[in-house]
Ligand binder design. Sequence first.
Ligand code: SAH
Length: 222
Amino acid sequence: MGADDYESAELGRVSVARLIMGLRAQGIRDARVLKAIETVPRNQFVEESYAELAYDDRSLPIQCGQTISQPFIVAYMTEMLKVSDRDKVLEIGTGSGYQAAVLAKLCRRVYTIERYRTLHKIAEQRIKDLGISNVTAMVGDGMKGWPAQAPFDKIIVTAAADEIPQDLIDQLKVGGIMVIPVGPVGGVQFLHRVVRTEDGYQDDALIGVRFVPLVPGKAEQL
Ligand code: SAH
């Protein structure tokens, strides 16, 4: 390792530590979640040109006009899911693959769906390069869920829906939790926590958020 490499590794550690402190200050308490965020190198999930900003608590642009979520939002949504190491988790909106990698540290298996083939491929490669082997990814319309793998203990949707898709509720186990942003593009969106019950579901609004929209169907191009 050369002097430059050493310096950048050191800078990386300092940036990660600062990010974790910031997340704690914003109320993230779950030690397992904080550890997972500390472990997954977010700089490897953004374009080279944004690598320096990778540990700032902000969302960043990725390909296909999409975004990698802000670390606080990743931490908050993951905490709200109460993921256990036995859980089978479905993610809608693979994007950069970062959220899937964080979840993979905390559960048995992550199934993740992306509508852009380009994003799916890059994310899958990154996850593989990190030696993470409990993520299964596919290209498809996440609004329909993943019936062949249902039911899921937890579902996380990382794009904003106009309303909670019934197919996703149907694929949640009784007692299972779904976290999903609901609201119009550019308008007021709230993160919702949905808990599946025997005869329906319980729905709570949590915090205001801003996400790219959940768009039906596979992307035509890319
Ligand atoms: N979880 C991602 C955030 C990506 S942004 C990360 O950690 O980086 C949301 C993603 O949802 C975008 O990549 C978008 O293409 C995808 N998306 C939107 N609608 C979708 C749908 N119906 N099915 C699957 N993916 C969808």
